[in-house]
Design a protein around this ligand. Structure first.
Ligand SMILES: [Zn+2]
Length: 412
């Protein structure tokens, strides 16, 4: 099972440290807790150390071109807007309709990734927010033109094809054929290692039964047609892996959700806000809470870890990961987040059947719902204006059980 870590601008040392067992060749007790490294295109350019780490650890390295940003305005001085394939102006589908324009984009995007040392290439991809907004035909065409380009240039590197789309628009079963299925079929014209299924919806983390049912069902469907990685899916990565994905991609304790409309609008020209996280976790500190499968801001996590009964429920149980208990979780928050996610995936991988995995996800989610409820109380008592939504965990438990029941009836 794959855990792909999205390294931010500030993460190169942490990634090097976590990769040490592979780069130094020392036979340490612990393995590298991820199976590939991805960096946003500007981060890859600013931090060549990431590529070097991936190379010495013999891990695939991906450079995310973030070409969904082409559809929005960018500050011209922004690092992404200055990349050779990017720009500050917002493009419409009509601007990218012409084959020559697409070919040029493909060439620049792929050349850039190769210059940055990518060993797994990402064809240009856009965010499809509406079925009829005109981006789907552009996306399908970009895949085909990437296939032709790679063939013409004799590039035999494998490809990760990213399907970035609105869950509400492309998730319902009636929409699969013309959207996701067409994309997967087109991706098979390339040497595709996996399809990065990157579905986006608002209010991630406060999810209804219907939202989660759609997410797990569409992921299971896609995984039956191609190897799938749940892309930008820190919140439900383990659940989607249990549902059939081969793994998931997320940041190390940050960048755990991926709402494309926000990723795009956040980068529009505007004066900085005082509470900005900064892209890629630059300047953020969070703490990953394993039983909840997500990170909270450090100040909030501290309040929880200082409450003795709550600490007992949230403490990292792995002495090799967090030898100083809560202190390690707070200080080495990115290492802890990555290792804890890896060990959860390893536990799932040890289960021989998908139904066992889904059962595990459901039981974990039931426990998480109880913890979330109590955690909100502790936070409010501690004067923090934060609630950990517990209903989404209850919904996840019910959905995982329903998917498991349906999978069981498929077999019978
Ligand atoms: Zn830990």
């Amino acid at each position: 099972m794959d855990l792909i870590i999205r390294a931010g601008r500030d993460d190169h040392r942490v990634i090097a440290e976590l990769s040490a067992p592979a780069t130094t060749g020392l036979r340490l007790a612990r393995a590298v807790p991820f199976t590939a490294i991805v960096a946003d295109a500007p981060v890859a350019a600013a931090r060549p150390e990431l590529r070097e780490t991936a190379e010495s650890a013999a891990l695939p390295f991906l450079v995310d071109p973030m070409t969904f940003l082409l559809a929005d305005v960018q500050p011209p001085a922004h690092a992404w807007a200055r990349l050779p394939f990017a720009g500050a102006e917002a493009l419409r589908p009509a601007d990218l309709a012409h084959g020559d324009v697409q070919d040029e984009l493909v060439e620049r995007v792929i050349m850039f990734q190769r210059e940055q040392g990518a060993t797994l290439l990402i064809p240009p991809y856009v965010y499809m927010g509406k079925r009829d907004d005109g981006w789907l035909p552009v996306q399908l065409s970009l895949l085909r033109r990437t296939a032709r380009y790679l063939e013409r240039e004799n590039v035999d590197l494998p490809v990760a094809a990213i399907f970035a789309a609105s869950l509400r628009q492309f998730g319902p079963q009636a929409q699969w054929r013309e959207g996701l299925d067409a994309f997967i079929a087109r991706s098979q014209e390339l040497n595709t290692r996996f399809v990065g299924l990157s579905l986006s919806w608002s209010e991630q983390g406060k999810d209804s039964y219907d939202t989660l049912a759609m997410l797990l069902t569409v992921t299971r469907h896609a995984a039956g047609r191609a190897p799938v990685i749940a892309w930008r899916q820190g919140l439900y990565g383990a659940a989607l892996t249990a549902a059939g994905a081969q793994g998931y991609e997320t940041g190390p304790g940050h960048s755990e959700r991926g709402m494309y409309p926000t990723l795009m609008s956040d980068r529009r020209p505007r004066p900085p806000r005082p509470d900005d996280d900064g892209p890629n976790g630059f300047g953020v500190a969070n703490v990953y809470l394993g039983p909840l499968g997500r990170s909270l801001r450090r100040a909030d996590a501290r309040v929880l870890l200082e409450d003795m009964p709550m600490r007992a429920r949230l403490l990292c149980q792995d002495d090799a990961c967090c030898p100083d208990g809560a202190g390690s979780m707070v200080t080495d928050w990115r290492q802890h987040a990555t290792r804890a996610r890896a060990s959860q995936l390893a536990d799932l991988a040890r289960m021989p059947q998908s139904s066992w995995r889904l059962n595990q996800i459901a039981r974990d989610a039931e426990r998480a719902a109880l913890i979330a409820r109590d955690a909100s109380e502790v936070l409010h008592r501690g004067g923090r204006d934060v609630t950990v939504p517990h209903a989404s965990f209850e919904h996840l438990a019910a959905v995982a059980d329903a998917v498991r029941a349906e999978a069981g009836s498929d077999v019978a």
